[in-house]
Unconditional design. Structure first.
Length: 297
């Protein structure tokens, strides 16, 4: 039996993930994106209100508009429709790109390398479609159609890179989603109360799943899954402030009481555990999801 390698496409993408040539550019662009004073709008662009990144939702409109325009270009005598559709695509590509850049700035380096090329491809597509509109209004329909077809082809390349980021590199995915599926029911012993200093985060394990334990005053114990839902950062190494924990990697903030994500870039909450003290020992069990939803509301 012949065992084939990953093929030229995946090999090229793997090389792109490891390519360090653009890292200085990435650092500069990341700093610029993070410095834009978006306020609460940054969380909205991340999609915290939606429960997952908003960028994939926004890109459907320009892609659909441009695809429809290209289909209409194949029909004889149709001119106004493609122009309008391309214009709609250009207008809606702006918020989609802004949301994409905001998400990109909070990814790890391998994802950012692919994401930079993804953004460049989409930028090239926008330029091609803009040129298509200009050519059409100047009466150069054949040139406009050619530029539109080229723009759609480049859009496909950008979409393929975006799919690689989402499905192979797990950018935008909930990195804590697996926890409820691997933790067994019932109470699990985490250690003696004396092992958990008041006000400090301590890392322990439940069924080999890392959890963060915070012993608060009044013998109240909070337990959350330790790996941040955004990019799996170690919450137990973050700051505990005002009943919340701040991820040390990208700054997502989660409420200790129920794991609710009160600030992005995380768009999903942390799996929370019920905790109790029995005979001087701390025990935890995975919280019922319905209880968690009621607390978040």
């Amino acid at each position: 039996m012949t065992h084939r390698g990953p093929g030229p496409v995946l090999s090229a993408l793997d090389r792109l993930e490891r390519w360090t040539g653009a890292d200085q550019v990435i650092d500069a662009v990341q700093q610029k994106v993070r410095s834009v004073p978006l306020g609460a709008g940054r969380d909205a662009l991340h999609g915290r209100w939606l429960g997952h990144p908003v960028h994939p939702l926004l890109v459907q409109v320009p892609i659909g508009s441009w695809l429809s325009a290209t289909v209409l270009d194949l029909l004889p005598g149709v001119r106004r429709g493609p122009r309008a559709l391309i214009g709609i695509g250009l207008a809606t590509a702006v918020p989609a790109a802004v949301a994409g850049w905001v998400d990109w700035a909070e990814l790890h380096r391998q994802q950012q390398r692919v994401g930079l090329v993804h953004a460049l491809a989409n930028g090239a597509a926008i330029s091609l479609f803009a040129g298509s509109v200009v050519a059409r209004f100047r009466g150069r329909e054949r040139t406009g159609k050619a530029l539109g077809l080229a723009g759609l082809s480049v859009t496909g390349l950008g979409g393929a890179l975006g799919g690689h980021m989402a499905y192979r590199q797990a950018s935008g995915a909930n990195h804590a989603e697996y926890v409820p599926h691997v933790v067994t029911p019932g109470w699990h012993r985490l250690g003696d109360v004396a092992d958990f200093p008041v006000g400090q985060a301590v890392r322990r394990h439940v069924d080999e799943v890392p959890v963060m334990v915070v012993h608060e005053s009044g013998n109240v114990v909070r337990v959350l899954a330790d790996r941040c839902s955004h990019m799996a950062g170690p919450l137990s190494e973050g700051d505990i402030i005002d009943g919340c924990v701040r991820c040390p990697w990208h700054g997502s903030v989660f409420r200790l009481a129920d794991g609710w994500n009160v600030r992005g870039p995380a768009t999903a909450p942390q799996p929370a555990f019920d905790a109790r003290i029995v005979d001087g020992a701390v025990e935890a069990r995975l919280r019922n999801l319905e209880t968690k939803t009621r607390n978040a509301g």
